[in-house]
Ligand binder design. Structure first.
Ligand SMILES: *Cc1c(COP(=O)(O)O)cnc(C)c1O
Length: 442
């Protein structure tokens, strides 16, 4: 068991531990996605048995207020009645046909009518797939091969995007995973975020070779790295100037910051947008979209091939329809975002009053607890890896107080419509007490 860090005694995790031992026989690291393995925090993964509203319960019967929200999709909370009913209804007619259904039209119409950034779309089964296809589309459309990405942005696990910065301001990527050919990484240029000079240099160096620049609408996979609005504007202009496409990867921010995601937030029009997470209401759905003209390059209309056996799956479409319908209700985002900013700001006030080195960065209903005294963190480099030790202690203290955060200090938290004032108050108190332990004030 973990070392004693001076806080509350650990909750019982016996059943989860047993399940994890078993899982290690079946899956590498005992999990089907690496971050779930609790490698960056104390203890072993909690096996979740059920979720309802803002709560989850683990195999040992412990109850938690959940801020992981399945890593973002559950903006209405767990087991939302509207989503569950729609899915259950549609399931009665079968699970998959590999032929078009009216449900695809219905979800597409909901999106296209209420989002000025896409005219035509294609559904996929994950965010990774959506982004991978968007990159192919950009290459097919421009007839160019290179893409520019930013250090600190995550775009799923396709080969071209598993690259990190080498040394130097403008560099070819180095693969960040074994198994990615060096030659692939050579097509991806990696530069720091929020840096107009790096962007200018990259375009000077690779002028007519750049098919696209891809950025997370608001980078939220490596802390929450808020970009200056002027920088995003600059990014759009320089892409235009060089006839490179601007791809907004909105797999996290899409339908989270508002129905039009980060593009709506900034008022910037990307050439291609990708969505995932929220769009599927908890079932596997991704999507990419663009103008009708750009999308006409996708097969069978155009020469860029992309397909999927389960793409537009009716049950998944049903979940998306039910969830997005709720998001379109008037005042939905205003209420949610107000709740979230109140939550974030009161944690900040507490930390500031006690002189704790903690900054609560937030936008919309996304928040990130960063152990830092920097006023702004806008690039991957600004994050101090040593600060993660403090997160580790906080994570453990929070679990012991019934609060579930994603098991890594680089991950953001999400507030859902199901978090009521009562639970947010409870969560705040637990966070305050945990911070006191982290900073050894108790
Ligand atoms: C989660 C995420 C992805 C990958 O989506 P998956 O559904 O996990 O494949 C891609 N881009 C961003 C910005 C994400 O947050």
């Amino acid at each position: 068991m973990p070392v004693n860090t001076g806080g509350k005694p650990d909750i019982s995790r016996e059943k989860s531990a047993e399940l994890y031992e078993k899982a290690k026989n079946y899956f590498p690291g005992g999990v089907n996605s690496p971050v779930r393995a609790f490698k960056s925090v104390y203890g072993t993964p909690l096996f979740i048995q059920k979720g309802d509203g803002c709560y989850v319960w683990d195999a040992d019967g412990n109850q938690f207020i959940d801020f992981c929200a399945s890593w973002g999709p559950l903006i209405l909370g767990h087991n939302n009645a509207k989503v569950r009913e729609k899915v259950t209804e549609v399931m009665q007619n079968g699970m998959s046909f590999g032929a078009p259904t009216a449900l695809e039209n219905e979800l597409a119409e909901l999106i296209i009518k209420n989002n000025k950034f896409v005219e035509k779309i294609r559904f996929t089964s994950s965010g990774t797939e959506a982004v991978m296809s968007a990159i192919r589309l950009a290459r097919g459309y421009t007839g160019r091969d290179k893409i520019i990405k930013f250090e600190g942005c995550y775009h799923g696990h396709s080969d071209s995007l598993l690259v990190k910065a080498g040394s130097g301001l403008v560099t070819f990527g180095e693969t960040s995973s074994a198994g990615v050919p060096k030659s692939f990484a050579q097509e991806t240029i990696v530069i720091p975020l929020n840096d107009t000079e790096a962007l200018t240099k990259a375009f000077e160096q690779f002028k007519d070779e750049v098919a696209a620049v891809i950025i997370e609408g608001i980078p939220a996979n490596n802390g929450l790295l808020m970009q200056d609005p002027e920088y995003i504007q600059f990014l759009q202009n320089i892409c235009k100037e060089h006839k490179a496409l601007l791809i907004f990867d909105e797999v996290i921010t899409g339908f989270r910051l508002g129905f039009e995601g980060a593009a709506g937030h900034y008022g910037v029009k990307p050439d291609i947008v990708t969505y995932g997470k929220i769009i599927g209401g908890g079932l596997p759905v991704g999507m990419y979209g663009a103008s009708a003209e750009i999308m006409s390059h996708i097969s069978p209309d155009g020469g860029v091939y992309q397909a999927g056996t389960l793409s537009g799956n009716p049950v998944a479409m049903a979940a998306g329809i039910a969830q997005l319908t709720e998001l379109l209700r008037s005042g939905f985002y205003k209420d949610l975002n107000n709740k979230a900013s109140e939550f974030a700001e009161s944690i900040q006030r507490f930390a500031t009053a006690r002189n704790y080195k903690l900054k609560v960065f937030y936008v919309g209903s996304i928040f990130w607890l960063a152990f830092t005294d920097k006023g702004k963190i806008q690039t991957a480099e600004d994050i101090d890896p040593a600060s993660m030790e403090k997160f580790k202690i906080m994570h453990r203290e929070l679990l012991n107080r019934g609060i579930y955060l994603g098991p890594s200090g680089y991950e953001v938290g999400f507030i859902s419509a199901a978090h009521t004032k009562i639970e947010l108050e409870k969560a705040k108190r637990a966070i305050f007490d945990s911070l006191d332990v982290v900073f050894r004030n108790k």
